[in-house]
Write a protein that binds this ligand. Structure first.
Ligand SMILES: *Cc1c(COP(=O)(O)O)cnc(C)c1O
Length: 374
């Protein structure tokens, strides 16, 4: 049975909405569907302000500009993450001070953050790995006491919660992704969430090439002008039309993914009990949005051989991330500290196939594939 790692799910309304956007005669940014998406996210999650972007990477770049990150500023972020989390800040000249992950899950170990703060530190950028919350009370407490900003990399964290708060609503800024590998997709796409009022006006300007065009369209200024730095971060309304068809189905998508996730967990639990693998650990304060189903092998040899074993059965499991502090681009710039937990996840973590249309039969085939290896 061929089981791919990911399969983008179409709800059925995508092309109809795209056609509607095209017929409306306005397919550049901030059209009808972009506004519908903004309202949806603001209403459902209580985000103060949402701006769709062309990617999560772009939303992070906007965040770095909004925080006025300058040459020499320091950013604290986990080494176990996607390159965009930190590249956005490196583009502004920042130095990244990498933090290690927790032993119990790949999220940043909040207890290790404070020791990394210097007079140059400007922000903490936690990522909610697999959509499961970092310890946000501890992170916000450190940030508030030490006068730092928090930018949540919530790329994987749509529709997930810390205590009762939606992820993305806690830091001053947050970035989400709608890349085709995420739960809710538009091919490429993302959004910036602005929870701190001081950034509202400037965010619109940066997103519109450094102009006050958004205010002009609302009739607040009589001509629009170049007022700040910026770039073109807004997506075409065609992308937003696709996205709207997805978010209309968000509850069904999340419910189905959760069922698949639970089935994996139950099926693989005996292997965890036997000490062969570790299954995801969900802290009490976190919900699970079933973005990723991962398991952690005991050794890198097991990991390599297990991926190979599954591949022979036409089942595609993958690994990621390679610790950023050891990447060809950053290893010379890293301060040399060992980050053993990050390295452990780099070596031993596997992501199993996870997508909306995954069937019970496929899930059982994957579970049996993993079991037959051990
Ligand atoms: C997917 C992802 C990104 C990048 O999202 P894009 O929309 O592809 O730019 C950034 N950070 C994390 C943690 C991700 O998983």
């Amino acid at each position: 049975m061929h089981i791919p790692f990911n399969k983008p799910f179409l709800t059925g309304n995508e092309t109809a909405y795209i056609e509607q956007a095209v017929r409306s005669g306005k397919i550049s940014g901030d059209g009808l569907f972009t506004k519908k998406c903004h309202h949806f996210f603001e209403d459902k999650y209580g985000f103060k302000k949402v701006l769709l972007t062309t990617s999560c990477t772009d939303a992070l770049e906007m965040a770095a500009i909004l925080l006025n990150i300058q040459e020499g500023d320091e950013i604290i972020a986990p080494a176990y993450s996607f390159v965009s989390t930190v590249n956005a800040f490196v583009l502004r000249g920042a130095k990244i001070v990498f933090a290690d992950s927790e032993a119990s899950n790949p999220n940043i170990d909040a207890t290790k953050i404070e020791a990394l703060i210097t007079s140059k530190t400007k922000a903490i950028v936690p990522i909610h790995y697999a959509g499961m919350a970092c310890d946000m009370d501890m992170i916000m407490d450190i940030a508030n006491r030490r006068n730092l900003y928090v930018v949540e990399d919530a790329a994987q964290a749509i529709d997930s919660y810390y205590k009762d708060k939606p992820l993305g609503s806690i830091g001053q800024l947050a970035a989400f992704s709608f890349h085709e590998t995420k739960n809710i997709i538009s091919g490429e796409g993302g959004m910036l969430v602005i929870n701190d009022e001081q950034f509202l006006q400037r965010a619109e300007i940066i997103r519109e090439k450094g102009t006050n065009r958004s205010a002009f369209f609302r009739g607040e200024v009589d001509k629009y002008n170049w007022v700040d730095i910026g770039s073109s971060f807004l997506p075409s309304d065609i992308i937003a039309a696709f996205l709207y068809a997805q978010i209309e189905n968000i509850d069904a998508i999340q419910a189905k993914r959760n069922t698949s996730w639970q089935a994996y967990y139950e099926g693989l639990k005996p292997l965890q009990d036997a000490g062969k693998i570790k299954l995801p650990f969900i802290p009490k304060f976190a919900t699970n949005n079933a973005h990723i189903f991962y398991l952690v092998c005991n050794t890198v040899e097991d990991r390599v051989a297990l991926i190979d074993h599954l591949k022979k059965q036409d089942i595609y499991a993958v690994f990621h991330y390679l610790s950023l502090h050891k990447s060809p681009y950053y290893r010379e710039k890293h301060d040399g500290r060992d980050l053993p937990e990050s390295d452990h996840y780099s070596d031993c973590l596997i992501r199993l196939p996870m997508y909306f249309e995954l069937t019970e039969e496929e899930i059982n085939a994957v579970i049996n594939g993993v079991k037959s290896f051990f």
